[in-house]
Design a protein around this ligand. Structure first.
Ligand SMILES: Nc1nc2c(ncn2[C@@H]2O[C@H](COP(=O)(O)OP(=O)(O)OP(=O)(O)O)[C@@H](O)[C@H]2O)c(=O)[nH]1
Ligand SMILES: [Mg+2]
Length: 360
């Protein structure tokens, strides 16, 4: 705040001077007759205060301090790095322009929902292969990244025990029955169906009906203790198939005991059933949700309901889990096949395969 005295012949003149200089908001602090020694300046003195509370505060000019300058600088650098990384990972322009067949292959893979980073890796490896057969190198690179293990059960262990887990409606029960028919009945191996799906009313009834049609044993188990006991009592069987409820994000608390049980049993082959028609991000999310079951293999269903198959490759590569079986329809047991690198690669490169067959 600024305090200043004004001297004039009259108080009014002194006030006028002050107002002129300090503006209308200046505040009169006091007025008095001037001291004798100041009298030559004027007979009256008025003291005015300006600034501070008496004056409208001026917005403080923005002077960036050191810290905010550094932060802004860092932000700029990070943004630059992010752009460079995104460009090198996803923009084909930098590494594809030299080869039309490479850019075509990249476009084909990503159109089939192969993750861009994975597609780039495959195409670059194929382009770098010392061969004139780019198409062959491409298929080879793709197939080397598909893990398959068309098996049910853990090693030589008998009985072979398979549990299917997965999101609601992914096709667990239908696939379980398909497996029971093709691995059990068709091979005349005594099988047993167990349902741990007491979660929804009548869920187990669907499986009970199938068991009756197939003429195989069936039980519904309410707890993991009774499930363990049922397995123990059926050691003489060759195959035991366990159906589980479709757990969603909201039901994970209910899933905990069963998840802990299946994850802890070295003799149970827990397989994760995922619909191939699911969006890649949702598929990854569902797979992460089922991590707690520690599934060993992946089964993809609903191949008949989609035209892009890259998600199988993405998920297998991302989780490091092999694919065991593929389901491509509702018919039991026909619409189930064992997974193979060639089959998945052909599905992903459907158009390329078609063209090659037409040319042949
Ligand atoms: N089109 C198609 N339908 C399928 C496939 N697999 C299963 N289904 C159908 O999808 C529906 C649900 O299948 P379920 O086997 O009951 O699925 P689930 O995972 O057991 O479902 P919840 O127990 O409710 O979690 C049924 O109508 C099946 O016939 C497939 O590969 N293709
Ligand atoms: Mg079911």
């Amino acid at each position: 705040m600024k305090i200043k005295s004004y001297f004039a012949r009259t108080v009014e003149d002194a006030v006028a001077q002050a107002r002129e200089e300090l503006g209308p908001d200046a505040m009169l602090v006091k007025s008095r007759r001037a001291e004798a020694e100041a009298r030559e300046l004027g007979d009256y003195e008025v003291v005015f205060a300006a600034g501070g509370s008496a004056e409208r505060p001026m917005p403080a000019p923005h002077v960036p301090d050191r810290l905010s300058t550094d932060v802004a600088e860092l932000k700029r650098e990070l943004e630059g790095m992010r752009r460079t990384l995104t460009r090198s990972a996803f923009a084909p322009s930098q590494w594809l322009t030299s080869s039309p067949e490479a850019s075509e292959a990249y476009a084909e893979l990503t159109a089939n929902e192969v993750a861009p980073e994975l597609a780039r890796e495959i195409v670059q490896a194929a382009a770098g292969a010392q061969t004139s057969n780019f198409a062959g190198a491409l298929a080879e690179e793709l197939e080397s990244r598909i893990l398959v293990e068309p098996l049910a059960g853990r090693g030589e262990q008998r009985p072979r025990i398979v549990a299917l887990v997965g999101p609601p409606g992914s096709g667990k029960t239908a696939t379980l029955v398909k497996l029971a028919v093709s691995l059990g009945l068709a091979a005349r191996r005594p099988a047993l169906l167990l349902s741990a799906d007491t979660y929804r009313v009548a869920a187990a009834e669907q499986l009970r009906a199938y068991a009756a049609i197939l003429g195989v044993g069936f039980s519904v188990l309410e707890t993991v203790a009774s499930l363990a006991q049922a397995i123990e009592e059926n050691r003489g069987k060759e195959l035991i198939f366990i159906d589980t409820p479709g757990f969603g994000c909201a039901d994970l608390d209910h899933a905990a005991p069963l998840a802990a049980f299946l994850a802890s049993r070295a003799d149970i082959d827990t397989q994760l059933v995922l619909p191939c028609s699911m969006k890649t991000v949702d598929l990854a999310r569902a797979a992460d949700l089922f991590e707690r079951f520690q599934p060993r293999r992946l089964i993809f269903t609903r191949l008949d309901e989609t035209g892009s198959y890259g998600s199988m490759l993405n998920e297998s590569a991302r989780t490091g889990r092999p694919i065991s079986f593929l389901a491509n329809g509702q018919r039991i047991p026909e619409d189930l096949e064992v997974a193979s690198k060639g089959r998945i690669s052909r599905l992903i490169f459907a158009r390329r395969t078609e063209l090659a067959l037409t040319a042949a």
